[in-house]
Design a protein around this ligand. Structure first.
Ligand code: C2G
Length: 447
């Protein structure tokens, strides 16, 4: 019996896929189809796959060509499969011409003609169009954001806004965008959504204007410096069927998501303490150390660290208190203690004080250790008294890591989803509330 194997994502299964499967089947007697797992596709930068793995497997099954369907979950698996299933022919579409020649060592490799004029990407774009997003602000994070959108299908940066004409034009030239500096409403007319990466104190106004103009908003951290402003905008977005998402990048990273689900599944028992720290030294004069521009360790670093605490312990804390070391009006170091009915937590934040940048979640059975920089989580370890039970988890943290929040934002727009379980409105509001309490100097001690 001649065995053939082929692989694919088979998203929004179309005639091109059907032709390919038919041709592959004709090469032998028995066809094995490897359908990529959702995590494998994420890992190789296919971030906007519409159908989940179950739907994609079902679609392949319904073509009637597959004698057996397997899941492709890791790089290098093709070599294992070919040997394990004693495969004679590996077949794949001609868009991969030459890319799988290394499999010749294990079986015959055949590149089959690709069907022209149809692709999953085309279908995805046709079904929902491409979200045109405008960037507000031209600083470091905005500069990192634009290239990250290139790997997410279904979204395209088309315009940039900065009231400083020169800066807007430079940015526009660098990334081939439409530049706006005078009219914010002209800029809004050009786009479907905005990414706000402007100075902290401008977030609320820009977000509000964008929402009022009917645009979806992805807003950098610190999202809003007041809970009432955040609440007002979330309510407006909800009433007007718009997406408003806090760009807390780590909240959307696969590794962090997995960490949260593992902890919530009880692998370290009952969680008793979460300690998250983050320090980044900056040199004065800079906006980050300027109290009049909402600088300081708390405003800069609390959003990500509090997000981690809240994702693990929830929003129902019983008490919050703050300790800060202040220089020229801005906190260069702040420690926040957040108590819960049966647990405690702390976040330590430095901007003019250097401290560790790890995340430790302690439980009654063990603890999770995420080394610095935990917010770019690509590795963590679950540790126990009996060290033979320790387990290390590794992930790929691709690019600048902004692609995950961009993917979530795009998916919310396209799939008409207005909330994200990865960072819910309630969680985002709780973070804004704690930051506001700090800025109002509630339960605050200067050291
Ligand atoms: N295909 C085709 N004609 C099209 C579109 C796709 O013949 N118009 C073929 C592709 O060449 C591939 C298969 O259909 O052989 C599945 O395509 P995708 O779902 O896009 O999967 P792909 O990303 O090519 O994954 O490990 C996975 C494999 O490397 C292939």
């Amino acid at each position: 019996m001649k065995k053939v194997i082929t692989y694919g994502t088979f998203d929004l299964l179309h005639q091109g896929h059907v032709n390919l499967l038919k041709r592959a089947k004709e090469l032998g007697d028995y066809l094995i189809v490897g359908v990529t797992s959702d995590s494998f596709d994420k890992g190789r930068g296919k971030l906007n796959v519409r159908n989940n793995v179950i739907e994609r497997i079902e679609a392949v099954r319904q073509t009637g060509y597959a004698d057996e369907i397997i899941i492709e979950d890791y790089l290098g698996q093709k070599i294992d499969d070919i040997q394990r299933y004693d495969v004679d022919v590996f077949a794949i579409g001609s868009d991969w011409e030459g890319k799988f020649d290394y499999l010749n060592e294990f079986c015959q490799v055949v590149y089959l003609p690709r069907t022209e004029g149809i692709s999953s990407t085309m279908l995805r774009e046709e079904s929902s169009g491409v979200v045109k997003i405008g960037v507000v602000g031209t600083g470091r994070i905005a500069r990192r954001f634009v290239p990250e959108t290139y790997v997410v299908s279904g979204i395209k940066v088309s315009a940039v806004y900065n009231p400083e004409k020169g800066q807007s034009e430079d940015f526009a030239r660098e990334f081939n965008l439409q530049s706006y500096s005078a009219g914010f409403s002209d800029f809004l007319n050009e786009v479907d959504a905005v990414y706000i990466a402007s100075p902290h104190l401008t977030h609320y106004e820009y977000a509000k204007q964008a929402l009022y103009a009917g645009k979806h908003v992805l807003c950098e951290i610190p999202f809003m410096l007041s809970a009432s402003q955040a609440k007002e905008l979330y309510e407006y977005a909800e009433d007007n069927n718009l997406v408003l998402l806090e760009a807390s990048k780590t909240a959307f990273c696969p590794s962090f998501n997995h960490l949260v689900t593992l902890v919530k599944s009880g692998i370290i028992g009952e969680v008793v303490d979460v300690q998250a720290s983050l320090s980044k030294m900056v040199e004065s004069p800079t906006r980050e150390l300027d109290a009049t521009q909402a600088g300081g360790a708390m405003n800069e670093h609390a959003p990500l660290t509090l997000m981690a605490v809240i994702k693990i312990l929830g929003i129902d804390y019983t008490k919050v208190s703050f300790r800060s070391k202040v220089k020229d009006g801005a906190d260069i170091y702040t420690k926040v203690v957040l108590d819960y009915p049966h647990a405690t937590s702390s976040v330590t934040l430095g901007i003019g004080v250097k401290t560790e940048g790890n995340l430790i979640i302690s439980g009654t059975k063990g603890y999770v250790y995420v080394p610095a920089p935990w917010w770019l989580t690509s590795f963590f370890e679950v540790r126990y008294e009996d060290q033979t039970k320790n387990k290390k988890y590794f992930y790929s943290y691709d690019g600048e890591g902004l692609r995950y929040e961009i993917q979530e934002f795009t998916s919310m727009i396209v799939n008409n989803r207005r909330g994200s379980y990865k960072l819910s409105k309630k969680e985002s509001l709780a973070i804004a509330e704690i930051i506001e309490k700090y800025n109002n100097r509630e339960s605050y001690i200067e050291i």
